[in-house]
Design a protein around this ligand. Structure first.
Ligand code: UDX
Length: 446
């Protein structure tokens, strides 16, 4: 496993959990030291149990010696980051660097598996790079694509109970090798830390075998489609606000049609995180390069980019002037059950609030430390109540379930002005009104 970021760590730990011997490496030595010391550099439910068990059973180890990791494996999973470049393209330099290491260090045949999200045809380039960099060595390489569909916050469950396993291969040998790797999941032979009282019964996940190009495309196409659904719900929410309808009622009824489905139709502040924003951008660029104008995706991206400014405009209409107002932010992570703030709506919202001279106080159950590194000077409350105290408005930015369970009556008493902007439609509008709040949400009648 090369790359101990979120995907590498979950994949490595779960492959060890299902019985394989896994060596993980990363060029970030501090991260490896943290892992060797038995700590995790990210918060992800159940991952600590999986790592601990696998390490105790000597199936999972961490090393900063990339050469040792390469030599130890028959299959090498590349899980390095592919962040966006200025022009929106995915930066593939880390994959290129890893290809060089693999090509020069390998002494035996290797199956090289792309896990990182990459543009279509990266597999072909990878194969060429391995051949060129390894021309003086004796090792042979096969390349495969194995896109991941892990959601942060439920990644361990997603890995062990996938909707589908997709592999893109060039031949039967690579297919069989990957089938062997995933056999415990296909046959449901593993210890599941998520369902302690036994996993719900279900059919084994489909094992989808495609070409490498198709597998690469499946990942971008899936994420972009989900992003499209969210932007559709958000545009619908804008329409509902203008026409005095309720977006939740509309999307609930829409989702009952199995051709549409209920998921990813939650209107709010839009999608964040390290996948959707960059994947949709990379997919648009990919289509452009291929000479296809995927305007549909450009609009979905545009709708998303406008969410925060639009929501703040709503706040401005109520608060009038933002300068010197004391504003509380509930939720910093891009979604609940993670401490990840990359491309999080809260980060953009705080930037815009600070630019207008508001005094920001924030709280998140997991993501405060990571946010502190970006905004060291804002105030961080020990809990939601401290953030609400004396504030002129509270913004709900991440849909952490515990925010729903807060003592809102108490919050009402603490605030300078009992005004709530719920950017995730987390709270019950009628109940908030009953408690005496001025309450505004997204696409629901105020
Ligand atoms: C996503 C994909 O779901 C996963 O399959 C892929 O492997 C990685 O990218 P993730 O980024 O962890 O996973 O989060 P996801 O649950 O998809 O949510 C992405 C963003 O969309 C979050 O900011 C979330 O708040 C937002 N969202 C999601 C909505 O605004 N509305 C919805 O209805 C669903």
């Amino acid at each position: 496993m090369i790359g101990c970021g979120y995907v590498g760590l979950v994949t490595g730990a779960c492959l060890a959990e299902i019985g394989h011997e896994v060596v993980c490496t990363d060029n970030d030595e501090a991260k490896i030291r943290t892992l060797q010391a038995g700590q995790l550099p990210i918060y992800e439910p159940h991952l600590d149990q999986v790592v601990e068990r696998a390490r105790a059973q000597k199936r999972l180890s961490f090393t900063s010696d990339v050469h040792e990791a390469i030599r130890s494996g028959d299959a090498i999973f590349i899980c390095v980051g592919t962040p966006p470049l200025e022009n929106g393209d995915a930066d593939l330099s880390a994959i290129d660097r890893v290809a060089k290491w693999i090509a020069t260090e390998s002494r035996s045949p290797k199956l090289v598996v792309e896990k990182s999200t990459v543009p279509v045809q990266t597999g072909q380039q990878l194969k060429r790079a391995l051949a060129v960099y390894g021309r003086n060595g004796g090792a042979t390489f096969q390349v495969a694509s194995n896109p991941e569909f892990l959601r942060e916050g439920t990644a361990v469950g997603d890995f062990l109970h996938p909707d589908r396993i997709v592999i893109g291969v060039e031949n039967k040998t690579a297919e069989e090798k990957l089938r062997e790797i995933y056999r415990p999941i296909l046959e449901k032979r593993f210890h599941c830390p998520v369902h302690t009282k036994g996993c719900p019964s279900s059919d084994p996940p489909p094992f989808v075998v495609t070409t490498i190009n198709s597998a690469e495309l499946i990942k971008h196409a899936s994420n972009s489609f989900l992003a499209l659904k969210i932007s559709y719900a958000n545009a619908l929410a804008d329409l509902c606000e203008k026409l005095d309808a309720n977006v939740e009622e509309v999307t609930r009824a829409m989702g009952l049609d199995p051709r549409i489905g209920p998921q990813f139709l939650r209107a709010g502040l839009g999608f964040g995180g390290f996948c959707f924003p960059k994947d949709i951008q990379a997919f648009i660029r990919l289509a452009e390069r291929a000479g296809v104008d995927f305007a549909l995706l450009k609009e979905a991206e545009g709708i998303n980019k406008r969410r925060i400014a639009q929501f703040l405009e709503k706040a401005r209409r109520v608060l009038w002037v933002l300068k010197e107002k004391k504003v509380g932010i509930l939720g910093l992570a891009f979604k609940p059950n993670t401490d990840d703030i990359r491309f999080a709506p809260a980060i953009d919202m705080i930037r815009q609030l600070l630019a207008e001279g508001a005094h920001v106080s924030a709280y998140d159950p997991e993501a405060v430390e990571k946010t502190r590194a970006v905004y060291p000077k804002i105030h961080y409350g020990a809990d939601a109540y401290e953030v609400a105290k004396d504030s002129d408005a509270v913004f709900v930015v991440t849909e952490w379930p515990e925010f729903r369970a807060l003592d809102w009556k108490r919050i009402h008493g603490l605030m300078a002005r009992p005004l709530v902007f719920d950017g995730r439609n987390l709270l019950d509008a009628a109940e908030m009104k009953r408690l005496g709040f001025e309450y505004h949400s997204v696409g629901r009648p105020d």
